[in-house]
Design a protein around this ligand. Structure first.
Ligand code: HEC
Ligand code: HEC
Ligand code: HEC
Ligand code: HEC
Length: 196
């Protein structure tokens, strides 16, 4: 094969590789603001999730091959409980609403009370984790009003004086139809017969 054709072929074959590499470089560079040496505002919450899903391989350049920190000294698991790419423990899956209860009883609230997760005061972070009290009636560690915990069966009876029935009828508590939720609150009619 004449020299010139071989050279042309080489250029043609390598061109797509060059384009891909160029692209990767551009993405990883764009992820960090060269002026500040930090990620741009809006990176957390939101931005880094999109970037990790879009071109996650580029994170290793600064966060290390194993995402354990690298030159950035920020490990993904500084915040994530599950893995480098999973915020909650892996086994929670779709049942975070129920399985977080046991986790908090065993480990306390410190690993939820992160500035970018549920907030250091557990009141939630816009665009990130909700306030614990968006579901709980009794503060971060009590699904029901704390006073009920001594004898919930008789003490919930007067709830109407303080709470609307919609406080029980939520998707992750007793269900929007009060028929109960898998792994969470029972159906009201498991004891009563007057709830439709
Ligand atoms: C060019 C280097 C570089 C690349 C590439 C990079 N990071 Fe970072 N990252 C840093 C540095 C340096 C910090 C610490 C300064 C800061 O907070 O911005 C950091 C911090 C972070 C933080 C914590 C931010 C905060 O406000 O506490 C997150 C989250 C993060 N990086 C995610 C990612 C993800 C996801 C990727 C891949 C899509 C990525 N980074 C790619 C250098 C990089
Ligand atoms: C400073 C805390 C912090 C650090 C460090 C951090 N993350 Fe996150 N990550 C979060 C929070 C909070 C969320 C959920 C809110 C959001 O979308 O930003 C999240 C969500 C994600 C998600 C979406 C998956 C899910 O379970 O919702 C991915 C993927 C992700 N991060 C990748 C990374 C990678 C890769 C790194 C390390 C390079 C990293 N994160 C470092 C706080 C962090
Ligand atoms: C989306 C709604 C929702 C959010 C947000 C929520 N929880 Fe829960 N939580 C529940 C439900 C439902 C239960 C009862 C389920 C069970 O016991 O299995 C519960 C139960 C608990 C329990 C057991 C105590 C009790 O009274 O049953 C603890 C501890 C707990 N949650 C901690 C937290 C913390 C800490 C946060 C915030 C970081 C939080 N929860 C946010 C819905 C939520
Ligand atoms: C474990 C059984 C049990 C479950 C589940 C239960 N209740 Fe009750 N409930 C009772 C008992 C027993 C009483 C009577 C308590 C008393 O007067 O001391 C009662 C009383 C009440 C009362 C007072 C009026 C009446 O009918 O006696 C209301 C209102 C009430 N429950 C609402 C609810 C709602 C709403 C749910 C579901 C979110 C629910 N209950 C789930 C056992 C239960």
């Amino acid at each position: 094969m004449p020299q010139i054709i071989r050279a042309l072929l080489a250029v043609l074959l390598l061109a797509p590789v060059a384009v891909l590499t160029g692209c990767g470089d551009r993405n990883s560079q764009a992820d960090l603001d060269p002026a500040t040496g930090k990620h741009a505002p809006g990176w957390l919450p939101g931005g880094h999730t999109v970037a990790a899903q879009d071109h996650g391989a580029s994170c290793t350049e600064c966060h290390g091959e194993d995402l354990g920190g690298g030159i950035s000294r920020v490990a993904c698991t500084n915040c994530h409980l599950g893995s480098e790419r999973q915020i909650h423990p892996a086994q929670w899956g779709a049942y975070a609403y129920a399985l977080h209860s046991q986790f908090v009883k065993q480990n306390g609230t410190a690993s939820c009370a992160v500035a970018s997760c549920h907030g250091t005061d557990l009141n939630g972070v816009s665009g990130s984790g909700p306030s614990c009290s968006s579901c709980h009636l009794g503060g971060p560690t009590s699904a029901h009003p704390q006073a009920w915990n001594s004898d919930i069966v008789s003490l919930h009876a007067g709830y109407g004086a303080n709470y609307q029935s919609s406080a029980c009828a939520t998707a992750v508590c007793h269900g929007t139809d009060l028929k109960g939720v898998f792994l969470s609150g029972p159906a009201c009619n498991s004891c009563h017969n007057n709830f439709q």
